[in-house]
Ligand binder design. Structure first.
Ligand code: ZN
Length: 462
């Protein structure tokens, strides 16, 4: 008989590529970058082997805010409202709000309070909110172990500074890494980076080290040393997994030991260094959109799911497990995790977009002001600059210029097999449907019209 699940533990490994472990390791990396890459931690493989490992899960956005909003609401960005980096709050209910109403204790731990905080609505439905303190949050979970809870643990350690996050977690290893890289690359440590954004509101030496690390990244990127950047990223994954995450998982398992629970482990987007991708923020490459998703716990059998799923399927799946009915039908679907064979029958399409507007400095003041005002008193002007739709092994990527006009469109075969003729038209149609059903967005541009023109050219009568 199916057990009643009392505890849901969501874990977000921010910035972790889906092809960072297991049989898919380095799948989406080009051969010249992949060669000689080393990573020693097997923690992800160990966790994947215990539960259901979704080998083809795709995110709804290439950046943290929109991606998490989609994970928590089960809706695509244009439908929940957070389709830009930081410009709107969530218009749909989160799974925490649903669970809290049903008497679950709700716990939220984040390493990025500046972006996963109050203005966008991430504190809604949350009883206890923690910053960079997974063990305090875990203690809170322990105190509710005889009742029921939904908790979220977000880790920023895979973001740069790769592996460390802050001195609290990286200590002297972090200091030494920065010093050694500056020496190796002959970088002046006193110059400021162009990108001075900080997701974690660091202070003092922590802020200084972050900026120095960003200078290193900017230096390597300017030299197009994508190989070195990728090596640093994978080294960082190892460091984070073995120095911070492994001990957390051990403690978490102790707390959950005699309870009926589910652990849902996922990434919000990956990281990719190439001519097409500067990290992740503006990127729609498979290295960025493909993310890990592993579900383990009571009654979950070990298995591998090959068919495509999306991070928007997480919320409906969890609420279904908890027996909570949703008010609005979500974009995501319920994954039948008790009968994984059923999931393989699904044919799911995943959509992601990039909306950009102002420069980094303006964005930083916008974020500060939203925090001061505990919400958005004004909106930035943004424009859709890119979109991606993935079905089966095929990805259609479209890029738009600063006026919103179609600049470039390409079909990518994720497996290398040839793309059938009618796939492009099908995917364009699905994108148009999505763009048509968006909220009434005042920042909307003309790209819907450009899709329509394109379809007309293809012979559609619309
Ligand atoms: Zn992120």
């Amino acid at each position: 008989m199916k057990k009643m699940i009392n505890h849901i533990v969501l874990i977000s490994l921010d910035n972790l590529r889906g092809d960072s472990f297991g049989p898919d390791k380095y799948k989406y990396l080009p051969a010249n970058i992949r060669e000689n890459l080393k990573s020693g931690s097997h923690l992800m493989e160990e966790l994947a082997a215990e539960g259901l490992n979704f080998r083809n899960c795709f995110s709804a956005a290439p950046f943290t805010t929109a991606s998490h909003a989609s994970i928590f609401t089960g809706f695509l960005p244009l439908h929940h409202g957070v389709f830009e980096y930081f410009n709107s709050d969530m218009k749909e209910k989160t799974l925490f709000e649903y669970a809290q109403k049903e008497g679950f204790s709700t716990i939220f731990q984040t390493d990025f309070p500046m972006i996963l905080g109050e203005p966008i609505g991430f504190t809604r439905g949350i009883d206890k909110y923690y910053i960079e303190d997974e063990y305090a949050a875990l203690e809170e979970l322990r105190s509710h172990i005889h009742s029921k809870s939904v908790s979220f643990f977000h880790f920023g350690g895979i973001h740069y500074p790769y592996g460390f996050h802050t001195l609290k977690f990286g200590g002297d290893d972090y200091r030494k890494k920065v010093q050694n890289l500056e020496k190796e690359l002959d970088i002046d440590k006193n110059k400021l980076p162009k990108d001075q954004f900080d997701e974690a509101d660091r202070m003092g030496e922590d802020k200084d080290l972050l900026f120095r690390y960003k200078r290193i990244v900017e230096h390597l990127y300017a030299r197009k040393d994508f190989k070195r950047l990728t090596e640093l990223y994978f080294e960082g994954i190892d460091y984070f997994l073995e120095h911070r995450f492994r001990s957390f998982i051990v403690e978490l398992r102790k707390v959950l030991e005699n309870s009926n629970h589910l652990i849902v482990l996922f990434g919000d987007h990956g990281e990719d260094w190439s001519d097409d991708s500067k990290g992740h923020y503006k990127s729609l490459t498979p290295g960025v959109l493909h993310v890990p998703l592993i579900i383990l716990g009571s009654d979950i059998v070990q298995g591998v799911i090959e068919s495509n799923v999306r991070t928007i399927d997480i919320a409906p799946t969890i609420l279904n497990v908890l027996g909570i009915e949703v008010a609005n039908i979500m974009d995501g679907v319920v994954l039948d995790i008790q009968n994984p064979i059923e999931i393989e029958k699904n044919e799911m399409t995943s959509i992601a977009q990039v909306w950009l507007g102002v420069g980094k400095q303006e964005l930083i003041s916008h974020i500060d002001s939203a925090h001061r005002n505990k919400g958005f008193t004004e909106k930035m002007k943004t424009i859709k600059r890119g979109e991606s739709i993935i079905k089966h092994d095929y990805q259609l990527v479209r890029k738009f210029d600063k006026q919103g006009q179609l600049e470039n469109e390409k079909m990518v075969s994720l497996s290398g097999s040839p793309v059938p003729n009618d796939v492009t038209e099908q995917l364009l149609k699905e994108l148009e449907e999505y763009n048509k059903t968006s909220l009434n967005i005042d920042r909307k541009n003309l790209t819907d019209d450009s899709i329509r023109e394109q379809l007309k050219l293809l012979g559609y009568n619309i």
